[in-house]
Structure formats: structure tokens, C-alpha cells
Design a protein around this ligand. Structure first.
Ligand code: CDT
Length: 288
């Protein structure tokens, strides 16, 4: 399994460019022997909940109306060609009932044939605001509660890649319930992506500096150990549109031990890396 940590995605970057980055990481992971690659939360765009959009409808531009779709087709095609699956986070626009538009923070599990085998919609949506801003008007906040609906699919396990796979997204990892619900279904591998800030645009520290990475890994290591499952977690890293992202992508064994980890911190400029671990046997870390 490979975990693909992403560097910052510029807000202005065209979708095709973002998808091309994912394709490049998929290839790199395949070259390292991976059968499946875990990408970050909302991997197809910059993480827009970190800023205030002029009009609520603007978020539609960041959303996928179907999965796959023509924009992401190159990733699905490459997965099929290589026989490598992936877990992909994205913002979803859904019309589950006619006339009722919903927005979800979603991820899908795609097998090595390029077929979607599982889907999850984020349950724990952060909503916070720190009243501080830089001259460009950026503020330190996460407005997911404003932009997204609460996920309605629950936590399910899917049979894929020879194991029972569960998914969660970012803030879900900090709460006991997702872990236990997946654990009781016999999850053997939990895949998740995250966009976790460390320091705000004007240097606002959200919490004592040492706690950020500690709590990030603590929640996932505890979830792995208490539920006897592997955890594969892919982070955004670096400064994205003024917001520093924590990084710290990792693969955790059912013992609770981190067996592979990206070493990026908030002051490093590591753009992107792939963490590879052959479950049970072997691990290494590659950086780009
Ligand atoms: N994207 C997301 O869910 N982020 C939250 C930020 C919490 S503030 C430390 C997270 O749990 O990482």
C-alpha cells in the first residue's frame, strides 16, 4: 500500500493539473510495488473550507457531480492500466433527491480495474474561526460545517485488495466511534486523508505546537491498536493559500507502531512524498 502525501495545491490550478499530479504519484507508487494508493482529503483542489467564499454557490466549482467524471478519467484509466487501486478524497455535489442539492466531503475506494467499490462521506465536520487575518484578507478558519452536509453513509467495510477496508476522513480520526464501528466489522486496513493546519496565515498557533503532530498520530495509533487494524493516512503538507498544512503522512501497524512516515514539518518545504509499506514485511520512505 502507498500513501501519497500532497504538497500545496494552488487555488488557481486547473483540475487537469491536479489530476496529473495524482497520476504521477500513482505511477510512482506502482513502480514501488504498491497495489493501492491512498490520496488526501479533497485531493482534487485546494482545501477551500480554509477561506470564505464570496457566495455559497461558489463551492460548486470545487465539487464533483459524479465519480468518475471526464476530469478524473485520466486517473481511473491509469489505475486500470497499472492494475493499481486508490482511495481518493474529493468534494461532492449530490442530488440524492430531485431538487435537493447536497455537498459532501467524500472519498471513494477504487479497485485495480478502475471500478468504485466503496464510498464514504465525512461525518465530523470542523467549524471554527480565529479572528485574525493578513492584509490579503485570509483568516484562520475551517468552514466545513457551513459548506458541507453531514455524511449519511456511516462507516462501512469493503472487501478489496485482499483485505477488509474501512475509510474515514480527517477529523473523523480524532473520535472513538468511527474506529470502533469499523473495528466491529473486522476492518483490517483503514484509509484516510487529511488537511490539518498547524499555523494560521499570520502565525496564529492553534494549539501548543508540540501537540499538533502528537495528537494527529496519537488518535490514529490508538485506533490501529485498539481495533487491530492497519492505518494508511495521507496528508497535505506545506503552505497552501496562506495556511500551513501539517503533513505527517504515515502507515501504522495493528500494534500501534508507525512503520512508515513522511518527516515533513510545518517549516519544511517537502512538496510531495510517497510512503510505501509492504504490509507485515517491509517498509521504506521515498520523497520527491
Ligand atoms: N480537515 C479537517 O477535518 N481538519 C481538522 C482540523 C482540526 S484543527 C487542529 C482535523 O481534525 O485535522
Amino acid at each position: 500500500v502507498a500513501v501519497a502525501q500532497s504538497g500545496p495545491i494552488p487555488d488557481a490550478a486547473p483540475r487537469a493539473e491536479n489530476v496529473a499530479r495524482l497520476v504521477a504519484m500513482l505511477r510512482r507508487a506502482a513502480g514501488g510495488g504498491a497495489d493501492v494508493v491512498v490520496f488526501t482529503e479533497c485531493a482534487l483542489s485546494a482545501f477551500f473550507p480554509h477561506w470564505t467564499l464570496d457566495h455559497p454557490a461558489s463551492i460548486d466549482e470545487y465539487c464533483e457531480r459524479s465519480m468518475p467524471n471526464p476530469d478524473v478519467e485520466p486517473l481511473f484509466a491509469e489505475a486500470k492500466r497499472l492494475g493499481v487501486g486508490f482511495c481518493l478524497g474529493y468534494a461532492e455535489l449530490a442530488e440524492d433527491e430531485p431538487g435537493h442539492i447536497r455537498h459532501y466531503n467524500t472519498c471513494v475506494l477504487v479497485d485495480g480495474h478502475g471500478s468504485v467499490v466503496g464510498k464514504y462521506r465525512k461525518t465530523h465536520l470542523p467549524g471554527y474561526y480565529v479572528p485574525d487575518h493578513d492584509p490579503a484578507g485570509h483568516v484562520y478558519q475551517n468552514l466545513e460545517k457551513r459548506y458541507f452536509d453531514v455524511g449519511d453513509l456511516g462507516w462501512q467495510c469493503f472487501e478489496a485488495f485482499g483485505m477488509r477496508v474501512g475509510m474515514m476522513i480527517c477529523n473523523d480520526r480524532r473520535w472513538a466511534e468511527p474506529w470502533r464501528v469499523l473495528g466491529l466489522q473486522g476492518a483490517e486496513c483503514v484509509m484516510l486523508g487529511y488537511n490539518t493546519p498547524t499555523v494560521g496565515v499570520t502565525g496564529v498557533v492553534t494549539e501548543p505546537t508540540h501537540l499538533g503532530m502528537f495528537q494527529n498520530h496519537l488518535s490514529m495509533q490508538a485506533g490501529a491498536y485498539q481495533n487491530s487494524t492497519w492505518v494508511c493516512a495521507a496528508a497535505k503538507a506545506g503552505k497552501e493559500e496562506g495556511v500551513y498544512q501539517m503533513g505527517g503522512s504515515c502507515i501504522i501497524a495493528p500494534t500501534g507502531e508507525i512503520v512508515a512516515q513522511a518527516t515533513t514539518g510545518e517549516t519544511q518545504t517537502l512538496r510531495r512524498c510517497i510512503v510505501l509499506a509492504r504490509l507485515y514485511y517491509w517498509c521504506t520512505v521515498l520523497t520527491t
